[in-house]
Ligand binder design. Structure first.
Ligand code: AMP
Length: 301
């Protein structure tokens, strides 16, 4: 009996070299298909799958890259502990209709003699960039490399990493890369927690505590929509986290809770057309990020 393609463990194919991935891309282009790419670090969840769905639009040949990029982790961060679940990821890609996985090794992405790095601009000086020095240079470098290897028409990212999406858009424009950047909304658990590969680190009590981040952002939105001042909005977000973690622990655990202009990431003003409420909070040893975008023109405030 013919193998069922839906459960075939050899699907989708996995390319691990530049030559290999480019050969797939060449053939797909020859068949008249556009190329789309979804860069990930694996440990795939429904958030990633929503990106894949967007990438598959117009029958584009969809490549998911799975690579835990060392240059975006600072010493002491969770590079070694980061969840690696390749077989499950491959099955999820198969079910989602992915055409190819690109899973390179460090030696492919950073071969001996490699020395060029992409430096993100001032957008990287705030929020996560302030707390993770060098992180966005690492992200820009690996994404630029992936763009150069695959040369996609479309690249899909998540609003979950709002600062990253903004910086990638900026890099693509600044370097004149002919790639359309698509940013998809945040996928959440039913109770509001944003899906993240790092949620796997949370113990059951921490999983409950983690909800304070999305709740804080929602409190910030209510405050913003009520026309309250930025300081008040921020204070209300802090209050929610403090109610969960305790005042002192909340201060220690919070990298930032801010209301910023969604385009510039500068503190939001009355003139900001859209406000990004964003936070990074450590629950136990797990650093979680989340955000809410409030379009003022649409909400009339
Ligand atoms: P990561 O594997 O964490 O590097 O994420 C890969 C891509 O998936 C990034 O563009 C993320 O912004 C996106 N992503 C992660 N979590 C979510 C989510 N909950 N909803 C939508 N996109 C997400």
């Amino acid at each position: 009996m013919a193998a069922n393609a839906g459960t075939d463990p050899t699907r989708p194919p996995v390319a691990d070299s530049v030559v290999n991935v480019r050969e797939y891309v060449r053939r797909a282009r020859q068949a008249g298909r556009k190329i789309s790419i979804v860069p990930t670090m694996g440990a795939l969840h429904a958030g990633h799958l929503s990106l894949i769905e967007a990438a598959r639009r117009d029958n584009a040949f969809t490549i998911v890259t799975i690579y835990v990029n060392p240059t975006q982790f600072a010493p002491g961060e969770d590079l070694d502990a980061y969840p690696r679940t390749f077989d499950a990821d491959r099955a999820a890609c198969r079910d989602a209709g992915v055409d190819l996985i690109f899973a390179p090794t460090d030696a492919v992405m950073y071969p001996a003699g490699d020395q060029t790095r992409v430096h993100a601009g001032p957008l990287a000086d705030t929020l996560c960039g302030r707390h993770r020095p060098g992180h966005f240079d690492g992200v820009c470098t690996v994404v630029a490399k992936l763009f150069g290897i695959v040369q996609p028409d479309v690249a899909v990212f998540g609003q979950k990493d709002a600062q990253q999406a903004l910086i990638i858009r900026r890099m693509t424009r600044d370097l004149f890369l002919p790639i359309e950047i698509v940013v998809c909304p945040i996928v959440r658990e039913p109770d509001g927690l944003a899906l993240s590969s790092r949620n796997a680190y949370l113990s059951p009590p921490e999983r409950k505590q983690a909800l304070c981040l999305s709740r804080a952002l929602n409190a910030g939105r209510t405050s913003l929509l009520a026309g309250e001042a930025r300081d008040t909005i921020v204070a209300r977000m802090h209050d929610v986290v403090a109610a969960e973690l305790g005042e002192n622990s909340a201060k220690e655990a919070t990298d930032y809770l801010v209301a910023v202009d969604a385009e510039t990431l500068e503190p939001a003003t009355d003139a900001s057309p859209a406000v990004l409420l964003a936070g990074a909070v450590r629950i136990g040893r797990t650093r979680l990020i989340d955000n809410l975008l409030v379009d003022r023109s649409a909400s009339g405030v």
